[in-house]
Design a protein around this ligand. Structure first.
Ligand code: DC
Length: 218
């Protein structure tokens, strides 16, 4: 049986992670950050000394890597063998390379398969760039969170992170495989006009009204 999934897409620093975590917490769904998966592979690529634009090198890495996405405390833990990759994925060098690595079709296919399999385990709130358009395009719950570039840049500055949002936006939206685009049936939410709590409450109310209450829906 496939569990329900709430799809939350949007550009970098749109505030989608904060909203997705709130929704997952309140509904008791598992929170899945798919950007973290692309970041984890970018870390492994750079750690192995590979060029992040080399398709051949990343294909080789995919063939031999022991990559797991395990559910731990209501979230996904990304591991290579026994090593937790989470502490390594938010560094400036990962921000700079991840959009390049995530254009590779073989990596996308590998991660999309893994993301879809998570629906067999638990109800999910999944955030990313292509969740409503590709990964779970059959879901009736789709949201696209955005804010103007100034608001998003200010958010990253406050997080103390170095991130060239304009460059990432350009690569993420113009790549041929699963570009960042709002699904036609996704609700557009502006995180510059409404805070994360208000957006999360709106999503929770809509989902609750459309799903039958059950063990996983408080
Ligand atoms: O959400 P984030 O900034 O952590 O995502 C990092 C990068 O991963 C982003 O620049 C594009 C890529 N990504 C993607 O291509 N598809 C997804 N579903 C999620 C992220």
């Amino acid at each position: 049986m496939l569990h329900p999934v709430i799809c939350i897409d949007g550009p970098a620093a749109s505030g989608k992670s904060t909203v997705a975590r709130l929704v997952a917490h309140d509904l008791n769904f598992v929170y899945v950050d798919t950007g973290a998966m692309y970041r984890a592979f970018t870390f492994l690529t750079l750690e192995a000394g590979h060029d992040p634009t080399s398709r051949a090198r990343i294909k080789q890495l995919l063939e031999k890597v022991d990559f797991h996405a395990d559910i731990r405390d209501g979230e996904i833990a990304l591991c290579e063998g026994k090593r937790d990759l989470t502490p390594h994925i938010r560094l400036p060098e990962i921000n700079a390379a991840v959009s390049h690595v995530s254009t590779l079709p073989e990596l996308r296919e590998y991660l999309v398969n893994l993301q879809r399999k998570l629906r067999l385990i638990a109800p999910l709130v999944m955030e990313g760039r292509d969740i409503g358009t590709v990964v779970c395009s059959d879901s009736p719950f789709k949201y696209f969170i955005d804010a103007c570039p100034t608001v998003r840049a200010e958010r990253r500055r406050k997080q103390g992170q170095e991130d060239n949002l304009a460059a990432r936006d350009k690569i993420d939206s113009s790549r041929s495989a699963a570009p960042l685009v709002r699904a036609a049936d996704a609700t557009l939410l502006d995180s510059g006009k409404h805070d994360a709590r208000a957006l999360a409450d709106r999503i929770i109310t809509e989902v609750r009204s459309r799903l039958q209450p059950g063990p996983s829906l408080p």
